[in-house]
Ligand binder design. Sequence first.
Ligand code: SF4
Length: 396
Amino acid sequence: MRVIVSECLRGTACRYDGRAKPSAAVQELCEKVDVVGVCPETAAGLPSPRPPAEQRAGRVWLRDGRDVTSDFERGAAISLAKARASAAPLAVLKAKSPSCGVGLIYDGTYTATLTEGEGVFARLLEEEEICVVTEDMVEKCKPSVEHPVAIVLGSGLGRLASLVKPVRRIDYHSIDDFPREARPVAGHRFEATVGTIDGVPVVVYPGRVHLYQGYGAPEVTSLVRHAHELGCRDIIFSCATGYISGNAHKGLGILTDQINFTGRNPLAEWDEINDVDSPFVDMTDAYTPYLRTLARGVADDLGIAVEEGIFAGMLGPSFETRAEAAMLRTLGVSYVGMSVANEVIMARALGMNVLGLTLATNESGESSVTHEAVLAEAASYADDFERLVRGILHLL
Ligand code: SF4
């Protein structure tokens, strides 16, 4: 996988103060990917050290008041050409910089005040639809013993749990809000494993309860809150789904967004809703773009066929009618299932980074399918699913 990276984050002394600003997490990522190093300001021929610059009113100014917008635009254009030639899908850029900043940049007053905005180079990359993040995202997603990766496994995908080198096991029935009387359906087990996969700290939840079983949204999202309490910042949801013909095919998929058709929202039924910053949770990037891009890159590197698409969460347990499948096709939905949607809302409310992986086993609205058939189909993709998840864990 190719990744565009700000040179100063790699350790190159190219900043205005003549120094580097290395990030250990980014440097570790660089050891595992093909790096396309960029420094737009150096590309423009600016020396290091040089006077500091900040953006104000859409232009770039040196501290002494000189307008250097054209220099910064020239360097950004040169770096963009390099990025285009590489075809890298992901860029990790230095936060807050007038060239590389993403979302927040210094406001031009030289008082360390931040304002919403993009660096000159970052804006060009975003226009190319390259996933652009700062070192903060890489650091926040990096797993550790204190921050293991939570993995919730769907129907037929439980084999991944056998990869865990266990440290301890947790009976679901000891988890707050998990229904005491719940028993797993075929293909599920109700015991979480804390441990490692290939040395990466994880907590694996091999199975879940569903709204269609009569449980409430707080109950079906109890595993998410448990993972958060254990320190997990990244959570991978996997599920078996139907696919919407015309928008997706049978096989593995990466969820890009969701429509919650369950008629439920876990935040509306959650006793501790007042403990989060705000119940009005931002769902614009429900599935973390950085994690989605890594997953896509891993799949491409390993030659694993995956598609990407929007997920529709239904209450169930009946499958979709033909009319419902046609409606979902019109809405741009690729995958449809009976889990995940409420879990993703809870994870986002808790500030977790979300990756959604699906195994589409049957065509929605067209073929009757049994739970046994779903399990059999899932088994045939188990190797690819495992390779994909291991590859993602390796890059985090
Ligand atoms: S232009 Fe970007 S890569 Fe170069 S020093 Fe500034 S933040 Fe770092």
